[in-house]
Design a protein around this ligand. Structure first.
Ligand code: NAP
Length: 369
């Protein structure tokens, strides 16, 4: 990574991560915004305020990256739309601060191969993966045993299956500990988010799936644990505040100060953990199976889930339709590995098309929302 001034391309500047990143960048004179991108919201005002020349709304994000020549790409786009930008940065060895987990999950092996060829830094922004990255810093790989990712359990952690069938979009968007964009908030409620994170951890840290555990930890204070071969486990603790992992990635390796308060342990802190309920939240199991199956199964999982979440947010399906929809699509596709981006885009489109068909089917019990 270049020393001195770091030119930052911020993709997804209007989103939850993007807005927090803008605040952090404004506090650091060594971070210079060189590009801004959004999906559909205008960026003129933001560009003028931050003095950014290269701006793009929608379209091919690699055009913007080519033109703006960043030292660091913060990919905070939501969904598969971020995949080209992720591959662009990895291939060129440009530092990638990755919030857009969907791109790494969908591109999987292609992304890892591009990362190896490019030889650059991939800094996770997802809080759990940033936590693992920090616990692993400076450790010899052979000392590592396994990883534990924590999940808040979402707003429906204590709901029965019957209650889950009647939750509303508003209920699903009321996350107990994190404030985030709508897609990841719904993913947190279904546990698809933890499923995506499981696959993200596999590709980021190169561990087999059986070495990555997920536990529910409602307070979201412990973000992840790394277990070592001698029986020790290192944990990463902090308030659930995305400014910490965003700042860590943007200022790496300086670990700049943030306004986030330290944990007050003396005030009392009880840390509770429990196993996730695979019956009520099948998307975690489906993600693990898709990850273990490999090829384009993770891409299909992501595509089907994106369609299902959009359908739920639009009121076309109910909450408990999301997992069966994804399962249906995974059963239809053959997971043939993608040899290049064009084949990956094809696999994504195929799974999306199938998911749209499933979501348009009349509900079996006739009581869909
Ligand atoms: N929010 C969190 O706390 C959090 C935590 C961990 C990981 N993440 C991950 O970070 C990513 C962003 O999450 P978020 O919560 O910030 O989402 P969000 O609030 O919905 O924002 C999404 C951003 O992506 C932009 N976008 C959508 N489609 C695009 C396209 N085709 N080209 C360029 N930009 C596009 C949106 O632009 P418009 O506004 O114009 O639509 C918006 O700026 C997701 O992958 C999420 O899983 C988020």
């Amino acid at each position: 990574m270049a020393t001195g001034v770091r030119r930052v391309a911020l993709l997804g500047a209007t989103g939850s991560i993007g807005r927090q990143a803008l605040e952090i960048i404004a506090e650091h004179s060594e971070l210079e915004l060189c590009a801004l991108a959004s999906g559909s919201q205008p960026l003129d005002e933001l560009a003028a305020r931050h003095g950014v020349e290269h701006v793009q709304v929608g379209g091919d994000l690699t055009d913007l990256l080519e033109a703006s020549e960043p030292d660091l790409v913060l990919n905070a786009v939501v969904g598969f739309a971020g995949v080209e930008a992720t591959l662009w940065a990895l291939e060129r060895g440009v530092t990638l601060a990755l919030a857009n987990k969907e791109s790494l999950v969908a591109a999987g092996d292609l992304a890892v191969a591009a990362w190896k060829r490019g030889g650059g830094l991939l800094l996770p922004v997802d809080s759990e993966h940033s936590a693992v990255f920090q616990c692993l810093e400076g450790r010899a790989p052979e000392t590592l045993d396994s990883l534990v990712l924590t999940a808040s359990g979402g707003p429906f952690r204590n709901h029965s299956s019957a209650e889950l069938a009647h939750v509303s979009v508003e209920d699903a968007l009321a996350h107990p500990t994190w404030s985030m964009g709508p897609k990841i908030t719904v993913d947190s409620a279904t546990l698809a988010n933890k499923g995506l994170e499981l696959m993200e951890a596999h590709f980021l840290f190169g561990l087999p799936y059986e070495k990555i555990e997920v536990v529910v930890h409602p307070a979201s204070i412990v973000h992840a644990l790394v277990r070592f071969r001698d029986g020790a486990a290192l944990a990463h603790l902090g308030h659930p505040d995305m400014r910490v992992p965003i700042s860590f990635a943007l200022t790496f390796p300086a670990r700049a100060a943030t306004p986030v308060a330290p944990l007050d342990l003396a005030a009392g802190l009880t840390l509770e953990f429990e196993a996730p309920d695979a019956e009520r939240f099948p998307l975690l199991r489906l993600a693990r199976e898709a990850g273990e199956s490999g090829g384009t199964y993770p891409c299909a999982f992501n595509a089907a889930n994106e369609v299902a979440v959009a359908s739920f947010l639009e009121g076309r399906i109910v909450f408990t339709d999301v997992a069966p929809l994804v399962e249906d699509v995974l059963a239809q596709v053959d997971g043939t590995p993608a040899r290049d981006l064009a084949e990956l885009v094809e696999a994504d489109a195929d799974a999306r098309g199938r998911a749209e068909e499933v979501s348009a089917r009349p509900p079996a019990n006739g009581v869909r929302a």
